[in-house]
Structures are given as structure tokens and as C-alpha cells.
Design a binder for this molecule. Structure first.
Ligand code: ADP
Ligand code: MG
Length: 345
């Protein structure tokens, strides 16, 4: 292990310690949701966040095998979907401006591509150049809060905005399951950070189903997904966090994803003393200022829920209300507004 490995390990360990409070919050879910059956759970640190996986109503062997496989799968996805891991095909694509994607990277890329092309959503996978100028150009975790960045100039923002046209991505199928991707402009780069945890949670649920598990609850850093109901047949209770403490609402769900995005988890401080968070409005090229503390999407598809939580946060209250009225029966939305009001649409 060289020094940089040691440093990385140290940062991760301290990062995990810093997150103890968050862990306690996560445990509230499992305590509330525990029925008479034994719960088997696992906490892991991946994708720069703490994750809790819990399965219910199965024997210890089945649970252990399923949790081991889920942990390996998440670690694999953490590397493959990362824009910062030098071995990942996404990193190589960003560096070279062209590349071949296959397997999970291809599948997640294509999901992100179709949501980015959806004009209803401010979701844009080509956000990386903007993330970089706002100080989020690497994957370091909680310590990012201590980072002080020079506030990007209008010219820098304009330049990065020129890289986010989804039509500037050229795609063609290659042999097997491979996809050739080319960026028409040098400097374009993709970031799957707004969708990766949702995609990962959907694959974990598929894996649990393959093992015959009928009841599970996972929380991948604010991406809560439930499989079935609690073993006594009642729905899971998922609390929606108030960053000031506790929960501002609770939803009762079965077979549902409950995903929250907020500006309070990941942010840096500008040299002007202002706090800048990590969810960028692709229209302005700046951290979204939509009057929301957080947006939560509740729907059956975990990947869509992840995309929607990021999008609704950017859209703000009015945009979210409009979206809800155009998608009745497809999702529930919970908003925490910066005036303290909370809404359940
Ligand atoms: P978190 O990852 O903290 O749970 P989100 O799911 O809302 O939060 O995703 C935020 C991440 O999504 C950012 O860190 C960045 O990688 C990416 N991102 C930021 N703005 C956008 C955007 N407009 N469209 C797509 N992805 C975005
Ligand atoms: Mg998201």
C-alpha cells in the first residue's frame, strides 16, 4: 500500500466516522421497520456515502450470500460508473472524448442519456465541466465542506454551459453489447452522480429477488428502496429527513423508492463567503436556487426516483407542482421549502 492509498484509507475512515450521526438516523428506519423476523443488515461505504442494506424473513445463509453479492455489486458499480476513477470506462471516455461502454456503464449511461434528452427534466448528464468549476471536480467526501473555491466568472460559466448539449453526443452500436460514444466538442464530459445510486439500488433489488427475498429495505445515501412489505404484511415507514433534525414527514410504502435530494449534504464555500451546493441548474450553470431545502420523489422505479429527486430540487415548488399535475398516479413528491413549509404532492 503506498502513501496515497494510506491517505485515501484514512480519509475514508474519518469520513465514515463523521457520518456516524447519519448512521444513527439510518438505524431509525430499521428499528421502526423491524418485525418479529430476524433482520440481517450490512453497512458499507461506497459512492462517497454510507449505505445500509437490510433483508428480512430469510435464513442467515441466504441473507449472508445476498448481502455479500450486493456489496460486491455496489463496489463494482462505484468504480465503473465513476467519472473520477482512472480505470473506469466513463473516466476514459471523458479523457479521450470518445470510448466504448459495455455492461453496467452502458446501461446506466443510456438511462442517463434518455433522461437528459427529456425536455421536461433539468437533468443533464453533461454537467461535469460545470461541477468542476464549482469545486466538485473530484470525489472526496465530507471534507469538501471545508473547501474554499474561487467563485467562477461569467465567462467560465458560459464556457462550461457550451458543453452540455445532449445532441453533441454521437452514439453507435458496436459488436456484442458495446456502445461507441463520441463527444463532438473537446471538453465535454459526463457525470452519472445524479443517477448512479438509483441505478445501483435497482440492481440490488433485482439481486435480492433472484435470491427469493421478499422483504428488504436499503438506503444508499438518501436513496431508500423497499422490496415488498415488512414480514408482518404492513408497509415500511420511511422518514424524510429535516436537516435541522429529525424528520418532517413519513411515508408508508411497499415496493417503492423514496429518494431525497438536498443542497445540505454536499457543498463548498466560495471566496465570497457564500455556500454553493452540488446540484447545478443546467439553464443558469449555477447551483440551483429554487427555494427548496430538499425534494423527495416516491415512485416504483429507483433509477427514475433518483433522477426525479435531483430534477425536482432544481425545478422548485412551482415546477414540481406542475410536474405532479402532469404525472398524476405516477409519483408522490415531498418538498421542504426554505421558508419552513413542507408539501406532500
Ligand atoms: P446525491 O448524489 O447527493 O444523493 P443527487 O442524487 O441529487 O444527490 O445528485 C447530485 C449529483 O448529481 C451531483 O453531485 C452531480 O454529480 C450530479 N448533478 C448535479 N447537477 C445535475 C444535473 N442538473 N443533472 C444531472 N446530474 C446532476
Ligand atoms: Mg439524484
Amino acid at each position: 500500500m503506498d502513501r496515497s492509498d494510506n491517505n485515501t484509507l484514512l480519509i475514508r475512515l474519518i469520513g465514515a466516522a463523521v457520518c456516524t450521526a447519519a448512521l444513527i438516523a439510518l438505524f431509525i428506519f430499521s428499528v421502526n421497520n423491524r418485525s418479529k423476523d430476524t433482520a440481517f443488515s450490512r453497512n458499507i461505504f461506497a459512492m462517497d456515502t454510507i449505505m445500509e442494506l437490510a433483508v428480512y424473513g430469510v435464513d442467515a445463509d441466504t441473507a449472508t450470500i445476498a448481502l455479500d453479492e450486493a456489496e460486491s455489486l455496489i463496489n463494482e458499480l462505484d468504480h465503473e460508473l465513476s467519472a473520477h476513477d482512472k480505470e473506469s470506462s466513463i473516466y476514459k471516455l471523458n479523457e479521450a472524448g470518445e470510448g466504448i461502454l459495455s455492461g453496467y456503464a452502458r446501461e446506466c449511461f443510456m438511462l442517463a442519456y434518455s433522461y437528459s434528452a427529456d425536455e421536461e427534466l433539468p437533468f443533464n448528464m453533461l454537467i461535469l465541466p460545470l461541477m468542476e468549476i464549482w469545486g466538485f471536480g473530484d470525489d472526496s467526501n465530507e471534507f469538501i465542506k471545508d473547501r474554499v473555491i474561487p467563485v467562477p466568472t461569467e465567462d467560465e460559466i458560459e464556457a462550461a454551459l457550451a458543453y452540455e448539449d445532449i445532441d453533441d453526443i454521437e452514439l453507435s452500436d458496436e459488436e456484442g453489447d458495446s456502445l461507441y460514444v463520441r463527444f463532438k466538442k473537446e471538453g465535454m464530459a459526463v457525470d452519472l452522480g445524479g443517477i448512479a445510486k438509483g441505478y445501483a439500488s435497482s440492481l440490488v433489488m433485482d439481486l435480492f429477488r433472484e435470491h427469493g427475498i421478499k422483504s428488504a429495505l436499503i438506503n444508499l445515501g438518501g436513496n431508500v428502496v423497499t422490496l415488498g412489505s415488512k414480514t408482518d404484511g404492513t408497509p415500511f415507514r420511511v422518514g424524510i429527513r429535516d436537516p435541522e433534525g429529525g424528520y418532517f414527514d413519513v411515508v408508508c410504502v411497499s415496493d417503492m423508492a423514496v429518494v431525497t435530494s438536498g443542497g445540505y449534504e454536499r457543498y463548498v464555500t466560495g471566496e465570497d463567503g457564500k455556500v454553493y451546493h452540488h446540484i447545478i441548474d443546467p439553464l443558469t450553470g449555477r447551483p440551483a436556487e429554487s427555494g427548496l431545502i430538499s425534494a423527495t420523489a416516491v415512485c416504483t422505479d429507483p433509477t427514475l426516483a433518483d433522477v426525479l429527486s435531483t430534477s425536482l430540487f432544481i425545478m422548485g415548488r412551482e415546477g414540481a407542482e406542475k410536474y405532479a399535475s402532469q404525472h398524476i398516479g405516477e409519483l408522490e413528491i415531498l418538498l421542504l421549502c426554505d421558508d419552513g413549509e413542507s408539501l406532500h404532492l
